[in-house]
Design a protein around this ligand. Structure first.
Ligand code: NAD
Ligand code: DAU
Length: 340
């Protein structure tokens, strides 16, 4: 398939975070002629080293998506003709402790960018989550699709739902050229150690026990970050304007099953798991029906073998200790204070 970007000067918000930096790497590889400008506040979740070693270096600007004058200045100075919006506060546990930055960045920040897209006539792609649909029971066999009703549970997912509604309103009201992807749980390199899979791997690597919330029965639908980045780029380039596309790879597993796979792969006994207190209002199960993006855009997951990609992820954390060690102690201290 030929991947041809509409934009030759792209603003990537949150490009120093997990998915954003994987996306910048992906795009630099498949479409090196696209000029990439990263706007990132460099919160605790970012790591400027995420963008090291790229042959075509992106321009990286430290700043807030809520700062409309800065966004305006970047668009003019760099002749931006498209925005891919990753920047967000992304961690559910943090949103339960303090929702304020989530409301500010995820809702107001999206509004600022939509206004910029509207006034400059830019193409705008919004990176969102399957969590906007809420959850199903663990026993359920149904999957979310593009017509599923919005039913978010946590402060984080409520802010993402609000931002999706803003994007749709800008399409309907102003005709801003928007698309949205709602993806399931990503995993892979450069994911912060606060998230489930990296936390368990790095716990084992630092002599801690893997920590599983509740009884570990909740189910997540795992998607390799590279497959998600390719889906986002397909939708940006060829998605129908005003449309939403769900992205998932049908890798549904209970949290306990994932931890047991990690323990086996790292040659540790299965009873090393420690069960800790769960999240208030925790979502039980996510499940994505990705038929629309498969049918319309020919996307499919290349890394459909979860076990193989999980092994590769474990290997990445083993060989990139200097990347994650600085964040590990503080993250575990925070979890300890919260009883997780
Ligand atoms: P992340 O927390 O790893 O990265 C977020 C990035 O945004 C960081 O670099 C941070 O510094 C930046 N940022 C935060 N506030 C900002 C602000 N006000 N201005 C500019 N930059 C700011 O998150 P992630 O996991 O890479 O998620 C990226 C996007 O994808 C988010 O919108 C998230 O909701 C969505 N998403 C994530 C997943 C997942 O499994 N991780 C799945 C579906 C959708
Ligand atoms: O579904 C997409 C969403 O996936 C994204 O929108 C979010 O940005 C991303 O953080 C992720 O949200 P989750 O809450 O599903 O991911 P997290 O890695 O925090 O937790 C996954 C599951 O594992 C969840 O059921 C809680 C559980 N968990 C988490 C941690 C950190 C544990 O059992 N132990 C842990 O230590």
């Amino acid at each position: 398939m030929t991947e041809k970007g509409e934009a030759d000067s792209l603003l990537v918000t949150g490009g120093a975070g997990f998915i954003g930096s994987n996306f910048v790497r992906y795009l630099a590889r498949v479409n090196p002629q696209v000029k990439i400008v990263v706007l990132d506040k460099m919160t605790y979740a970012a790591n400027p080293h995420n963008l090291d070693g790229l042959s075509s270096n992106p321009i990286v600007i430290r700043g807030d998506v809520c700062d409309s004058s800065l966004v305006e200045q970047i668009i003019r100075e760099h002749h931006i003709n498209g925005i891919i919006h990753f920047a967000a506060e992304s961690h559910n546990d943090n949103s339960i402790r303090d929702a304020a930055p989530f409301i500010h960045t995820n809702i107001y920040g999206t509004y600022v960018l939509l206004e910029a897209a509207r006034s400059h006539g830019l193409r705008f792609h919004h990176v969102s989550t399957d969590e906007v649909f809420g959850d199903t029971s663990v026993e359920d066999v149904t999957r979310f699709d593009e017509s599923s009703p919005y039913h978010p549970s946590s402060p984080y997912s409520a802010t993402k739902a609000a931002s999706d509604h803003l994007v749709r309103a800008w399409w309907r009201t102003y005709g801003t050229r928007v698309t949205i992807t709602n993806s399931s749980n990503n995993y892979g390199p450069y994911q912060h150690v606060e998230k489930f899979i990296p936390r368990q791997i790095t716990n084992i690597l630092t002599g801690r026990r893997p920590k599983v919330y509740g009884q570990g029965k909740d189910v997540r639908d795992w998607l390799s970050v590279e497959d998600d980045c390719r889906a986002i780029w397909y939708v940006y380039c060829r998605g129908r304007l005003g449309q939403t596309y769900l992205v998932g790879a049908d890798n549904r597993l209970s949290n306990l099953a994932v931890v047991q796979m990690i323990l086996r792969m790292m040659n540790r006994p299965l009873d090393e798991v420690e069960f800790v207190g769960g999240r208030p209002g925790a979502d039980r199960r996510y499940a994505i029906d990705a038929s629309k993006i498969r049918r319309e855009l020919g996307w499919r997951p290349f890394q459909a073998n979860f076990a193989k990609s999980l092994e590769a992820t474990i290997e990445w954390y083993k060989t990139h200790e200097s990347w994650w060690i600085p964040a590990k102690q503080m993250t575990e201290l925070r979890y300890q204070q919260e009883g997780h």
